[in-house]
Structure formats: structure tokens, C-alpha cells
Design a protein around this ligand. Structure first.
Ligand SMILES: *Cc1c(COP(=O)(O)O)cnc(C)c1O
Length: 393
């Protein structure tokens, strides 16, 4: 791979490893293990495996490696480790960094399972976690302690699309000697600014935009070679969160079309958000690149585009929200997002159901809030579908 290749070229060619057959499409190496020519070769590989030498698929596999190299090239990261799911990636990133007695500072507005790891699991192992309002830099500063080892945040929060000033938070964290882990799903790998802003580890659920077609779970952790090989890899290779070679192959082929899909879905999201902004049946339309977004200036400065997801808050609470959801013809009701199929989710009763009401209020998860993920259908058809469903309320 040439370093000066643009994103689109890297997405098609970076990381390719051809076998002796010279195949055009990347091969699926659906193998757990690898054969050594001699006992000496086995011994040598266990002492130090070279670039194209593998030992066991829990540690690495040629198809998985192609995916890791290609997404690392896209992100501009030195290295990457692919995982079985996004949560395996979040868990491994945190667990590999932390030990009992450490302290973590995290933004409060998180994906439900990330919140579970930080609120329920880490404290069980003696790690204390302080939650802050991610938009309030003063709170980040106040929360840092000498034993703060890691900072965790979602660059754009789910489901209310709050933005965090990533560069400012990275500066505060690094000042305190903490490692910054960014869950970057909502920013998408196409519009990512995390490493440039100073993040140390960037995590994606590749279940979302990378697959983007509703098939496989997957995740990836990206960062410096040192952090990935010396901290993340030893944890993952012994605890078993590896991505399957089949899923890696699906993800690898998906990267070829990622830029086209994300750009098309983002253009649709912007068009639909613009059509809905100020609609009389809505309290608010939340989309980072709408001028009405509370952090519009930060969103414009930090994100090249607003992403593929928006949120609306319908007047009339849960009843109105359910009438709206049931009246849609193209959008499907599901809890995933970033799919080729447009998806609507009611977070208060599904993805964030577990949270007590006061916590939902703090996070802005109102009874009328609906997350809208824009797919690859026609933008006009989607806008029309939403407007007719709003009429049904
Ligand atoms: C979906 C998601 C995850 C979890 O990913 P899985 O692949 O479902 O395990 C983590 N963080 C964010 C922001 C997500 O959207």
C-alpha cells in the first residue's frame, strides 16, 4: 500500500494478502490453526512470529489480518485488533488497560452496554468510575485524579447525538496521564477525527456502518502499534474475543463500499433532518449539522459531515411515538442502526429500557424520542414516509 493513497483507494486495496493462486477477491482462510514444516519452525514461530506467520486463530488469522490492516489504513492508525463484536472491543480496550485501584472518567451519555461495563462490571474489579456531562469541560477537569488511568467517551452520543469536544477532552486527560478510549461508532470511520484529536484507542462496532447490511457482528480496536501489540493483544489473545475469519471476510468486502454507502446515507440524513426541523408535531429534531443543534459550531468544526443517524422528539409522549412508529411503511422497527435499510428505534422502551426514569431524563431519553437511522433507499421516499406517519399522530 502506498501511504499517499486516498481513503477510497485504501478501502479497496489496503491490507490485501494474495495466496499462491493470485485470487482477485480476498480469500476466506476458515482455519483455526496453521501447520509448521518442522519442529524447529514451530519453535521459531512461538519465539517470534513474523508478519505473515500465524499460530492460532484466536491470536490472528490471514483474513482477519487483512481486515485489520485495511481498517487501520482507513483510520490512519498504526495497528488494529478485530473482535467478535463491538462490545468485545469496548470490554477488551478497558480491561486490558485497567487494574484494581485505577480510576476512570467517562461521559454519562453512552450506549447501554458500554454503560453496563462502566457502571456495573468495572467497579466489581476495584475500578472506580466517575461520570461527567461530556459537553462540560469543567466537569472533565474536576474529575481527574492522580490515579485516573483511562478516559472513556462516545464522540457523538447515542441516542441524543450530543457532541464532545474531543481535542479538549484529550488534552485534559493527557495532562492527567490518562489514556483516552473513544467509542467512535456515530462519527463513522469515514468522518472520523478521533486519532487526529489525540485519542489513544479508537473502538468501532463494525456491526454498524462497516457491515452496514445487517449480517455479522464485529468490532475493532485501533491505535499505536505499542498499545495494540503490548496491551490489547495479550489480553485478547488469552481471553478469546477474536473475530471469526468468515465475519472478517464479510467486513473486508464491506469496506470496499463503505465510503459510498456512508456518504449516501449521510446525504439522506441531512435532507430528512432539514425537512423535519421545526415540524409542528415535533419538540425537536436532533442532527449534528442542523443549525438548531445545541452544539452546531462544534459539530461543524469537528465533523466533516453529520453522520447517518438523527433523532426526533415527537409531541404527545409514548402514545404518539408508538402511533408514529406503527404508521411507517418503509422504515423498519429494530434496535440496530447504520444499516442499508432505514430503521427506527424507541430508546425509552428498548435499548435504554433498563435505566431508571431519572437517569433517562438526565440523558434526554424522553418518552417521545425516536432514533432514526437512514439507509440507502430514496431520500424522497423516506421523507414522505416520515411525514405521512407524523400525520397519523
Ligand atoms: C452498537 C454499539 C456498540 C456495541 O456493538 P456490538 O457490535 O453490538 O457489540 C457499542 N457502542 C456503540 C456506540 C454502539 O452503537
Amino acid at each position: 500500500m502506498k501511504k499517499d493513497w486516498s481513503k477510497q483507494t485504501k478501502l479497496v486495496h489496503a491490507g490485501t494478502r494474495r495466496s499462491q493462486y493470485g485470487e482477485v477477491s480476498e480469500a476466506i482462510f476458515l482455519t483455526q490453526g496453521f501447520v509448521y514444516d518442522t519442529a524447529e519452525a514451530a519453535e521459531a514461530r512461538f519465539v517470534k512470529a513474523q508478519e505473515d506467520e500465524f499460530i492460532y486463530a484466536r491470536y490472528g488469522n490471514p483474513t482477519v489480518r487483512m481486515f485489520e490492516d485495511r481498517i487501520a489504513a482507513l483510520e490512519g492508525a498504526e495497528d488494529a485488533f478485530a473482535t467478535a463484536s463491538g462490545m468485545a472491543a469496548v470490554n477488551a480496550a478497558m480491561m486490558s488497560l485497567l487494574k484494581a485501584g485505577d480510576h476512570v472518567v467517562s461521559s454519562r451519555a453512552l450506549f447501554g452496554s458500554c454503560l453496563y461495563i462502566l457502571e456495573e462490571i468495572l467497579p466489581r474489579f476495584g475500578v472506580e468510575v466517575t461520570f461527567v456531562d461530556g459537553g462540560d469541560l469543567e466537569q472533565w477537569k474536576q474529575a481527574m485524579r492522580p490515579e485516573t488511568r483511562a478516559v472513556f467517551l462516545e464522540s457523538v452520543s447515542n441516542p441524543t447525538l450530543e457532541m464532545i469536544d474531543l481535542k479538549a477532552v484529550c488534552d485534559i486527560a493527557h495532562g492527567a496521564g490518562a489514556t483516552v478510549v473513544v467509542d467512535n461508532v456515530f462519527a463513522t470511520p469515514i468522518y472520523s477525527y478521533a486519532l487526529k484529536s489525540g485519542a489513544d484507542l479508537v473502538v468501532y462496532s463494525t456491526t454498524k456502518h462497516v457491515d452496514g447490511q445487517g449480517r455479522c457482528l464485529g468490532g475493532v480496536i485501533l491505535g499505536s502499534r505499542d498499545l495494540i501489540r503490548k496491551t490489547v493483544e495479550p489480553f485478547l489473545k488469552h481471553t478469546g474475543g477474536a473475530m471469526s475469519p468468515f465475519n472478517a471476510w464479510v467486513m473486508l468486502k464491506s469496506l470496499e463500499t463503505l465510503d459510498l454507502r456512508v456518504r449516501a446515507q449521510t446525504a439522506t440524513a441531512m435532507a430528512v433532518a432539514t425537512a423535519l426541523d421545526g415540524h409542528p408535531k415535533l419538540h425537536r429534531t436532533l442532527y449534528p449539522h442542523l443549525q438548531s443543534h445545541p452544539q452546531y459550531a462544534l459539530a461543524k468544526a469537528q465533523m466533516e459531515q453529520g453522520g447517518t443517524v438523527l433523532a426526533i422528539d415527537v409531541k404527545g409522549g409514548k402514545d404518539a411515538a408508538f402511533k408514529f412508529l406503527n404508521a411507517l411503511n418503509i422504515f423498519i422497527i429494530s434496535n440496530n442502526f447504520a444499516d442499508a435499510k432505514s430503521i427506527v428505534t424507541h430508546p425509552a422502551t428498548t435499548t435504554h429500557q433498563r435505566l431508571p426514569d431519572p437517569q433517562k431524563d438526565t440523558l434526554g431519553i424522553t418518552p417521545g424520542l425516536i432514533r432514526v437511522s437512514l439507509g440507502l433507499e430514496d431520500a424522497g421516499d423516506l421523507t414522505h414516509d416520515i411525514l405521512q406517519a407524523l400525520d397519523a399522530i
